[in-house]
Design a protein around this ligand. Structure first.
Ligand code: GTP
Length: 188
């Protein structure tokens, strides 16, 4: 079917401030590492991604960092197919934000789960506050994929988005729905 060859997907990249969301996206889209830190307001990037013979037309939304008090922006819930939830392996606080953000998404969407990847960024840093094992455990608990990356060394950067697309596919195959339109949220 032609619809299976070119699928539109919207992926939101969320997580605490300064964990490396923009660096991850820029490394993926533009193949370079951003050394300096400029807080993001919001940027949307477009990329065609081929996974297992299927071509995806992806909008990747790089968001402003969240904290426990920020209210989830409706734009980051409605019409989003999958989520990339980033923490830094060198920041326990940012790791704790992953669950908080995930819970906000499912509350907002009124769903029990959403397709998502938990991403441990800055894996090149020696100073760690979060082990691989405990992050994997959290991802398992949330029913998400998990990967550690470094935008600096370009470790696993492409895999983040392939995993996210895989999670989206799994979810909708399980539900038996032919093609996801949104993450199931209702605009009220
Ligand atoms: N060592 C190391 N530093 C990184 C890596 N990724 C990002 N950084 C640095 O971390 C800082 C913050 O990176 P950003 O990509 O701007 O972080 P962000 O999450 O988009 O920040 P907000 O826009 O505030 O949400 C920058 O100084 C980056 O150079 C990485 O993989 N390794």
């Amino acid at each position: 079917m032609p619809g299976d060859i070119f699928k539109k997907r919207k992926i939101a990249v969320l997580g605490s401030r300064s964990v490396g969301k923009s660096s991850l996206v820029v490394q993926y889209i533009e193949n370079h590492f951003v050394e300096s830190y400029y807080p993001t307001i919001e940027n949307t990037f477009n990329k065609s991604i081929a996974v297992k013979g299927v071509e995806y037309d992806c909008d990747i939304i790089d968001t402003a960092g969240q904290d426990e008090f920020s209210i989830l922006n409706a734009k980051h819930a409605i019409g989003i197919h999958g989520y990339v939830l980033v923490y830094s392996v060198a920041s326990r606080t940012s790791f704790e934000m992953v669950k908080i953000v995930y819970d906000k998404i499912i509350d907002f969407c009124g769903l029990q789960s959403v397709p998502a990847v938990v991403v441990g960024s800055k894996a090149d840093l020696q100073r760690r506050e979060v082990s691989t094992a405990e992050a994997q455990e959290l991802a398992n608990k949330l029913g998400c994929a998990f990967i550690e990356t470094s935008a600096r060394t370009n470790l696993n950067v492409g895999k983040v988005f392939e995993l996210c697309l895989g999670e989206i596919e799994k979810r909708y195959r399980r539900r038996g729905a032919p093609e996801p339109q949104t993450s199931g949220c209702v605009l009220m």
